[in-house]
Design a binder for this molecule. Structure first.
Ligand code: SF4
Length: 347
């Protein structure tokens, strides 16, 4: 592992052009190299590039393809969970899901997370570092290459808070959407945040037609602050103000993620409060039967409570769906696999 090597997926095409030129190669090599990088190829696979060029690239750079430390395939559905190792040995998780409309990837944006949400395994060992845009792209190109597929939808909902890594995530979004990059439409990209209101307003200014998801999980400030410490800095009124700005600026409907936890946030009072906060706004509530995370004491809400909660929201005029839980047998909730791998290596 050489942590000094720069990741070629971190560069834009003009920067790559300068690298290729500085290595004494003709301009047309840039396009060839770029296409290989976005195919998730190793230097050894880039057979239309001269061998000498490939070996000097390998001495100075990494291709952006990530090491697969573990790969778990669900026996219940087509979900695949990857544990990737980065150039410096840090680990991140990604999940590949197969839907009727094609492949969707859930990718990580940070190693660890600062946000401290009590139901989340990704934050338990704290924050290590931000991922670069190339490392976020690397998760997708590596899965594409490994499975010989083309991922058409992306969800930024893996390890980390995307808006806490704003610049790199924005760079990733632009490269993922670009025809020269992955060619994934902004409309097929969803960014999930725990509610960094100032960054939501900043993102609104970019006017990207991506879907913004807010992890809400409670309509009561006191309870939300206990579950998600970010709520102390950005309580619900500030968060909803930011969301309104976002909707006005982009015209996009906001998704509120609501993980239903037995006896904690699945009561009639919660549903009624949620209706009073959301009724009339351009939004949609995604109810998530929460995965059990060891050490949190949280249990998945019963099917009966989930159905009753959904019905109440809909009767109250708030659009709601229950998310299909995929990959239950492979611990598809974010951060669980990385946590297990790190505690194994610590033993
Ligand atoms: S839910 Fe998201 S923001 Fe909260 S700790 Fe986990 S990774 Fe971070």
């Amino acid at each position: 592992m050489d942590t000094q090597l720069k990741n070629l997926l971190d560069y834009n095409i003009e920067e790559l052009e300068s690298i290729v030129k500085a290595m004494g190669q003709p301009a047309f090599r840039t396009k060839q190299l770029w296409e290989w990088l976005y195919k998730g190829a190793d230097f050894s696979e880039m057979t239309n590039l001269p061998e000498k060029f490939r070996s000097s690239l390998a001495e100075n750079y990494r291709s952006g393809k990530l090491g697969v430390k573990a790969k778990l395939c669900s026996k219940e559905d087509d979900t695949v969970k990857y544990l990737f190792s980065l150039g410096d040995g840090n680990l991140v998780e990604s999940v590949l899901m197969k839907y009727k409309y094609g492949y969707s990837a859930c990718v990580s944006t940070q190693v660890g997370c600062k946000m401290g949400c009590t139901f989340c395994a990704s934050t338990k060992a704290g924050f290590v570092r931000n991922l670069t845009s190339g490392e976020i792209l690397g998760q997708i190109v590596t899965m594409n290459a490994d499975m010989n597929i083309r991922i058409g939808h992306v969800v930024l909902m893996g390890i980390g808070e995307p808006l806490d890594n704003y610049d790199n995530v924005l760079d990733f979004l632009k490269k993922a959407q670009s025809e020269k990059g992955l060619g994934i439409s902004y409309r097929n990209i969803s960014l999930s945040t725990c509610g960094l209101a100032e960054k939501v307003i900043k993102l609104a200014d970019e006017k990207l037609p991506i879907t913004l998801s807010i992890s809400l999980h409670s309509p009561f400030d006191e309870q939300r602050s206990d579950m998600m410490p970010v709520n102390r800095k950005y309580p619900l009124d500030k968060l909803f103000d930011a969301c309104n700005i976002y909707t006005l600026s982009t015209g996009r409907r906001i998704t509120y993620e609501y993980a239903l936890i037995e006896g904690v946030n699945d009561t009639k009072e919660h549903a009624a409060k949620l209706i009073s906060l959301l009724k009339g706004s351009l939004c949609h509530v995604n109810l998530i039967p929460v995965n059990k995370v060891e050490g949190t004491g949280y249990e998945k809400a019963s099917k009966k409570n989930i159905a009753a909660f959904k019905e109440m929201l809909e009767k109250g005029g708030v659009n709601a769906t229950v998310r299909r839980t995929l990959g239950q047998d492979i611990e598809a909730a974010c951060g669980q696999l990385r946590r297990a791998a790190e505690s194994d290596s610590a033993q």
